[in-house]
Design a protein around this ligand. Sequence first.
Ligand code: EPZ
Length: 421
Amino acid sequence: MNDSQKLIVNGCRRLEGELCVHGAKNSALPLLSAAVLAHGESVLHNCPALTDTDAACRILSHIGCKCRRSGDTVTVDASNVFGAEIPDSLMREMRSSIVFLGAMLGRTGHCRLSFPGGCDLGTRPIDLHLSALKQMGAAISEQHGFLECNAGKGLHGAKLVLSFPSVGATENILLASATAKGTTELHNAAREPEIADLADYLNKCGARIHGAGESVIVIEGVERLAPCEHSVIPDRIVAGTYLCAALITHGEVILTHCFPEHMNGFSQLFEAMGARIYTYGGGKMYVSGKKVNIAPPTIRTMPYPGFPTDIQAPFMALCTTAQGTSVFVETIFENRFRHVPELVRLGASVKTEGRVCVVQGVPRLTGAKVRAAELRGGAALVVAALAAEGTSEISGLQYIDRGYENIEGALRSIGADIKRV
Ligand code: EPZ
């Protein structure tokens, strides 16, 4: 637990250079759960080394899988999945542990787990997950915070309609229906790139999933899945965060190993602020922030392909020094402005009212002691500190390390004065 560690940032250094984007946390986590469905050894390349992926590997080991990491390759041998219970301590570590439910029911027909933990962004219920699995034949009872889930006779296909395109619920349905009897038709599915990546992996293992990335997904259940080798997609949120860092310092950066097409939901807004962006083949994206200083139009977070809620905080940090007023409307989570009081400590002018936040651009930020309270809010404090005059001290790194691999090393490689102490 690295609660005692801090990042020390001396701001006002223009970032310049080339930066490689690591694999996506929000794809690696469901992929690690999906490995449970494959009878044998799956190999995941470009799997980021994060505290969350470590937690997923601990769950896999707990239920009988053998996991080993070599660099950014993780091998999961799920030949013998014997466990059916995921201990409360492991469930509380991260929200994404809930997608082990669909995988376990698909593989063993039985699972006992508690409600998931993870960043506190609001209530974050799992009603959509549970109602879908019940419609597929799972018997689910809740006792003392634990969910007892049984599909003794195996799951069956169903026509499912999500009232909200939940990412986690869509992933759980894909995992549960891949080996269910019959066909599942999922309407109003989440369309995030991480969903398509999960479907790609499962189809390589022998599943029959059609339409992932669209609102309607059809899954023809198959008897059994075999292991495969797969490479995790790049992390569009990490890429977006590094772009905010480069632009707030008016820098010039080339991102490599990224998928610019996954960032359309926010890259145009960088251009509206005055950034110059070029994308060229081979997963490369050039950005220049020389002229970035115009506040963008109103930002409303939306499910993909809209403006991602996960980039809201780092993007807000960027807007704190833009000329004019920016308005943010957070439509996905009810409590995702916890970084605001910390940005104000750095000299920003930001006011919140419920799910609306108004940012009045200021000429400069100044260094201060600030604390991360969750993952993306923590990243926003790093972005702001890079532009702040003087020294900033950022604590709460256990949140930032959940989603950014060696953030200080990455930023130092393009000229930031940042170190972990
Ligand atoms: C995924 O969370 C991501 N996490 C989140 O990223 C991301 O913010 C979110 O999708 C939205 O894009 C991972 O992939 C591990 P949802 P998830 O189910 O699956 C409500 C980060 O910073 N809802 O799409 O939990 C829910 O309360 C993290 O990397 C229900 O009401 O998101 C929320 O308001 C943070 N009932 C909204 O839907 C349900 O059963 C979106 O949730 C499920 C969800």
